[in-house]
Structures are given as structure tokens and as C-alpha cells.
Design a protein around this ligand. Structure first.
Ligand code: 13P
Length: 249
């Protein structure tokens, strides 16, 4: 049995007052449900870790530097993230790949550094609309997987999130057949490279406009083990039904 995981990516949203949403979420989580991770902005890592201590919710960051320390003004390292008590870090999100020109090899280096700090990396991959429309999706996914993932992957240190860029924040969701096709493809690529024993245990998340009303259908796909949720993770009342749908899947 693979573990199920619901991860919330708050992006550049949230101040101290938003911790109330995390507290509220704790009170409406299903018993024995999936793993739940909230990735707030860096400013809230410490306080979010304190607020969730002893609860079923883990905290993650949204990026880290590829080096462990040094003269990198404004950046934070994997070790610093771990120091806050956070256990996860999102790497290679398309918003960072686009806005900061992060390449697959940057993602691979960051992943190794994050592992070194004891963090679990949530590695994001996904195609643009143009790539989807020119039937390049599977080639793009294969390339991102091959170049973004270091060799020393395990089911404990890595989660892979498939986020079609055109589905992020748009309300557009791929057809169920497209979700199944890409997730099955990712699993087969992981099996081919890392062997079934490791690959079959790595959680694969779908991300892009996951909402309370579409989550249950998305979770029907055999190789979808959870979701990476943006907008709908900001409010406990929106995120909780998604987590419950995952628990029931
Ligand atoms: P939305 O759920 O807002 O579409 O965002 C998805 C995402 O980018 C999560 O990382």
C-alpha cells in the first residue's frame, strides 16, 4: 500500500492570522486519514510548525537553495528549513521554473541538498498548454523526470507531483483519461529507472485546480496517490473536503 498525501501550497499567501486556518483544519481532519502537509510562505514556517506540533499535519517549504550555505542573499537552505521543524520542501514548481528560469538540473541539485538536510522533496513536473496541444506531453514529462530526479531516490525522500501548467489556477482540469495516462506513464518511467520495489512506493500527486467538487473523481485514478493543492488549500473549509475525499478513495 502506497501512502496517500494531501499537500497544500500556499504560494505567496498568508500572514500570522492564517495560522487559524491550520488550527481549524486540525479539528476537522479524518481519523487515520492520509498524510497532510501545508507549505506556507517561509515567514510562517516556525510558527506553523509550533501550531501543528503533535498533530497529524506536517509543514513544508516552497523552495530551497541548491547549496547548504553561503553568500546567497535572500535565499534559504534545506538545513534552515529543517531547522524550523519543517519536513518537506516543494522543488521545481512551474512558477519557479518560469519566473526564475529553474532548469531540471537545478531541481536535481536542490533535491540532493534537501535530502541531505533530511527533507522530503515534492518534485513538480508538468507540460505547458502548447506542449499539450502539440502532443509533446509525455516527452516533456520523461525529460523532466530523467533530469530532475537524483539517483538516490526512495519512497521516503521523494514525492512526485504532476502539475500541468495550464491547469494551475485556471479552473481547467485535464480529462480523467489524461490524468490516468500521465500518472501511469510516470509510474512506468520510475519503475524502469529505479525498479518496482522503490517506484511502486513513491507517492504521485496530481496538482492543478483541485477543488472539493472534483477531488473524488481525480483520486479514482490508480496512480494518483493524492494532490498538491494551491488555492483550495488556503481555507480549511475548502481543503478538508479534499482530504476527506482522499481518505475515502
Ligand atoms: P491551484 O490548485 O490553485 O490550481 O494551484 C496548483 C498548484 O500550483 C499547487 O502547487
Amino acid at each position: 500500500m502506497r501512502r496517500k498525501l494531501a499537500a497544500g501550497n500556499w504560494k505567496m499567501n498568508g500572514t500570522a492570522a492564517s495560522l487559524e486556518e491550520i488550527r481549524k483544519l486540525q479539528s476537522i481532519l479524518p481519523n487515520g486519514g492520509p498524510d497532510v502537509v501545508i507549505c506556507p510562505p517561509t515567514t510562517l514556517l516556525f510558527s506553523a510548525c509550533s501550531a501543528t506540533e503533535g498533530s497529524g499535519i506536517q509543514i513544508g517549504a516552497q523552495d530551497c537553495h541548491a547549496e547548504t550555505d553561503g553568500a546567497y542573499t535572500g535565499d534559504i537552505s534545506g538545513e534552515m528549513i529543517a531547522d524550523t521543524g519543517a519536513r518537506y520542501v516543494i522543488l521545481g514548481h512551474s512558477e519557479r521554473r518560469e519566473a526564475y528560469a529553474e532548469r531540471n538540473r537545478d531541481v536535481r541539485h536542490k533535491t540532493s541538498t534537501a535530502w541531505h538536510a533530511g527533507l522530503t522533496a515534492i518534485i513538480c513536473i508538468g507540460e505547458t498548454l502548447e506542449e499539450r496541444e502539440t502532443n509533446a506531453t509525455l516527452d516533456v514529462i520523461a525529460g523532466q523526470l530523467a533530469s530532475s530526479l537524483p539517483d538516490a531516490i526512495t519512497a521516503d525522500n521523494t514525492v512526485v507531483a504532476y502539475e500541468p501548467i495550464w491547469a494551475i489556477g485556471t479552473g481547467k482540469v485535464p480529462t480523467q483519461a489524461q490524468i490516468v495516462e500521465v500518472h501511469d506513464f510516470i509510474r512506468s518511467k520510475l519503475v524502469a529507472r529505479f525498479g518496482a520495489q522503490i517506484a511502486d512506493q513513491i507517492p504521485l500527486l496530481y496538482g492543478g485546480s483541485v477543488k472539493p467538487d472534483n477531488a473524488a473523481t481525480i483520486f479514482e485514478a490508480e496512480n494518483v496517490d493524492g494532490a498538491l493543492v494551491g488555492g483550495a488549500s488556503l481555507k480549511a473549509d475548502d481543503f478538508a473536503p479534499i482530504i476527506h475525499a482522499l481518505a475515502d478513495s
